[in-house]
Design a protein around this ligand. Structure first.
Ligand SMILES: Nc1ncnc2c1ncn2[C@@H]1O[C@H](COP(=O)(O)OP(=O)(O)OP(=O)(O)O)[C@@H](O)[C@H]1O
Length: 318
């Protein structure tokens, strides 16, 4: 059954079309990554799921309910981690979860929630003294109150260090294993890659791709990067590689030859180098990274930036 169904959804703010004719289905139990650069329409879409924003046209259904007409029911079954939400410095972790339970009118087990997000030991400490990762886990714990069927996370790992982001992924995965549908928006690509079953990429209000990461890779042509370690290679040797069918580029610094080619052209590349008298010592291949895929689909992102040089935290397109 579909957990989220958007059909022909458009949202306009005056002259700005934030979301344009969006069709999107997320199945129950899926972990769906909703990607896109800033301003692509991710938050607007999330806000329409929760009826915080009303579509100009189209239909939005969550858990088989109309997001507008049955918004109270939808919210009752949905846990949300809003973008940029922070903790109350003076309240303890326990008080936060207790507050979330009271506002959802649920009489639940506070300790069990804190346990689930791994901060039970810090339950009675003020959240003002929590690390960034603990704060994020606490906010996630608040979203988990009432055992939601859908968890909506808007940029869940922003500001987390790699270890914190990893913990977050593990919690998300564990929730999915309990059967919760997880819909999360992100532009931290490494995080999406390791946790999502499928991703959708938004660009300027439109969904430009929707597939598994594997599927996206195949769709961009399955080009691989082949790095060949050699004794010595000249420009002429590389010219022979460039002439091969399926090779889109080749370059050498003398000791390595780097080739972008279709997967099945690899053997010919090695053969052509050997025929040219080059001794091949080793080679390795790299598939298109999620950053490459993202750039291919989302485009207009000429300023990718890397935070701490860590792939899991590579951000694209501010
Ligand atoms: N309340 C609003 N009034 C006018 N324009 C808006 C409003 N909310 C969003 N927009 C515009 O709609 C477009 C989509 O914005 P949205 O916040 O949904 O993108 P996003 O992908 O969530 O970006 P971010 O990653 O920065 O949160 C942007 O051009 C934005 O300026």
């Amino acid at each position: 059954m579909a957990a989220i169904e958007l059909e022909g959804v458009t949202k306009r703010y005056g002259d700005v079309t934030a979301v344009r004719d969006l069709d999107l289905t997320v199945e129950e139990g899926e972990v769906f990554g909703f990607l896109g650069p800033n301003g692509a329409g991710k938050s607007t879409t999330i806000n329409m799921l929760l009826d915080f924003v009303r579509p100009t046209s189209g239909s939005v259904r969550v858990l088989s309910r109309d997001a507008q007409a049955e918004s109270v029911e939808v919210r009752r079954h949905t846990g949300v981690l809003p973008e940029g939400y922070d903790v109350y410095e003076r309240l303890t972790g326990r008080q936060h979860v207790d507050f979330a339970m009271r506002s959802k009118e649920i009489d639940g087990d506070v300790d069990a929630v804190l346990e689930r997000v791994g901060i039970a030991d810090a339950a009675d400490r003020r959240a003002g003294g929590y690390s960034k990762g603990m704060r994020q886990r606490l906010v996630l714990g608040m979203a988990l109150v009432g055992d939601p069927d859908i968890l909506i996370l808007d940029e869940p790992s922003s500001g987390l260090d790699p270890a914190g982001a990893k913990e977050m992924r593990e919690i998300v995965r564990a929730e999915a294993e309990r059967g919760t549908t997880v819909f999360f928006s992100s532009h931290v690509l490494g995080q999406v890659e390791s946790v999502c079953d499928r991703v959708g990429i938004m660009r300027e209000g439109e969904l430009v791709a929707e597939d598994s990461i594997e599927g996206l890779r195949e769709a961009v042509g399955g080009e691989e990067q082949l790095v060949v370690t050699v004794d010595a290679a000249s420009e002429e040797d590389v010219e022979a590689v460039r002439a091969l069918a399926g090779v889109s580029s080749a370059a050498t610094d003398g000791g390595t030859v780097t080739v972008s080619c279709e997967s099945d052209a690899k053997t010919q590349v090695i053969g052509a180098l050997e025929d040219a008298g080059v001794t091949v010592k080793d080679f390795s291949t790299q598939e298109a990274s999620l950053e490459d895929l993202f750039l291919t689909y989302a485009g207009d992102s000429d300023h990718p930036k890397t935070v701490d040089g860590d792939a899991a935290n590579t951000e694209v397109a501010e």
